[in-house]
Ligand binder design. Structure first.
Ligand SMILES: *Cc1c(COP(=O)(O)O)cnc(C)c1O
Length: 365
């Protein structure tokens, strides 16, 4: 085989996680969020693997939706930021995309469009995140205006939480209270819940929930629960040791000599770097699995390689299997959340960051 770096995508784990999201919210329907190429996992392959389970999908743009539709996905596909330009509207109607509306200019564009059939809109309420959505004052007149519009089929009310992942967040409680008040007043079917709310806030479940990251097996919660611990990692990023060297104490390793050996050391060079999407900010000590056992990153991540201290793993040889995150063939798993914590980032950036040059291999069992 050529360069050994591969992202294995376990589609059975994806199905398991989707079914777990459904089991968390038996009264809701569960839309599978596939934006950013299914968080780096391959949107079309993932959507196909869920297509007998999921009644609808969600993406961030019409380009992402088209890729699924052209690949044979027949379910409704929600555009989470709606349209960026009014010229998208005819295709949204033709291809049965659901459309978030968050701004007055979109309402005007919708009123003026000439469409083959009316479209389903999700009216976005800004309940306190202050990113997208209509304010509490605007949302009610907007809702009613859409109700009498020829181009509008069904209406849903949606909002997005800024802090659903935190254990006791006053902001979450406040946002939920506002959103529920509006929903009651409008008697609207709602969609409020992202992954953390799907997992632990049943009071935020609605007609539709919108889990993303949990489908890929990363834990979105500040503190894991029994349920979130049942999530299975979908991506296993795997490579091999391509060289080994023995160094005396006090020797620098890698760019800038950030790491210095404190003792006689064995350093393994592995084929993965920031040019593959691995985080260049990973500090010394970030764990990787070598032959299924934890070993610390030693030295700065290079573009195509990184260096790992395997002094305590004397049986490691060139060709040894290395897991950057996910399931090792033998031994423990290394959770992407664990790597993210070391890098002071989140699983979302690590997973969406895996670059196209890393081949994806899909596993179905
Ligand atoms: C990305 C996104 C989600 C999914 O969020 P996760 O935290 O990945 O579950 C849900 N709703 C909207 C509007 C989003 O943009």
């Amino acid at each position: 085989m050529a360069r050994p770096l591969t992202a294995y995508i376990d589609l059975a784990a994806l199905r398991h996680n989707y079914q777990l999201a459904c089991a968390c919210a038996p009264e809701s329907q569960t839309l599978a969020v596939m934006k950013a190429d299914a968080y780096g996992h391959g949107a079309l392959e993932c959507a196909r693997a869920l297509s007998d389970l999921a009644p609808a999908f969600a993406v961030a743009s019409i380009e992402e939706a088209d890729r699924l539709r052209n690949g044979g996905i027949t379910q409704p596909i929600a555009l989470l930021e709606g349209f960026f330009n009014a010229s998208e509207l005819p295709r949204i109607a033709e291809r049965n995309y659901w459309c978030v509306v968050h701004s007055q200019w979109q309402i005007e564009a919708l009123a003026n469009a000439s469409l083959v059939r009316p479209i389903t809109v999700w009216v976005k309420l800004d309940s306190g995140m202050h990113r997208l959505g209509f304010s509490l004052d605007e949302v009610e007149p907007t809702w009613h205006a859409l109700g009498v519009m020829e181009n509008v089929h069904q209406r849903h009310l949606m909002t997005h939480f800024a802090s659903a992942d935190l254990e006791r967040s006053p902001q979450f409680v406040e946002q939920l209270e506002k959103a529920r008040t509006v929903a009651r007043r409008l008697d609207a079917p709602v969609s409020f819940a992202n992954s953390p709310a799907t997992l632990v806030h049943s009071e935020a479940h609605g007609a539709w929930n919108r889990p993303g990251i949990m489908l890929y097996g990363a834990d979105p919660l500040e503190r894991a629960t029994k349920l979130s611990q049942q999530l299975k990692p979908v991506m296993t990023l795997e490579t091999e040791v391509i060289a080994l060297r023995t160094l005396g104490p006090g020797e620098p390793v890698g760019y800038g000599g950030r790491f210095k050996t404190a003792r006689p050391s064995r350093i393994a060079v592995i084929a993965c770097g920031y040019g593959d999407g691995y985080d260049r900010h990973a500090p010394d000590g970030t764990p990787v699995l070598v032959d299924g056992q934890r070993a610390p990153l030693a030295g700065r991540v290079s573009m195509d390689m990184m260096t790992v201290d395997v002094t305590d793993l004397p049986e490691v040889s060139v060709g040894a299997r290395v897991t950057l995150w996910g399931n090792a063939a033998t031994g423990e798993a290394l959770h992407v959340d664990d790597v993210a914590r070391h890098c002071e980032t989140i699983s979302y950036t690590l997973l969406t960051g895996v670059l196209p040059r890393v081949p994806r291999r899909y596993l179905t069992t």
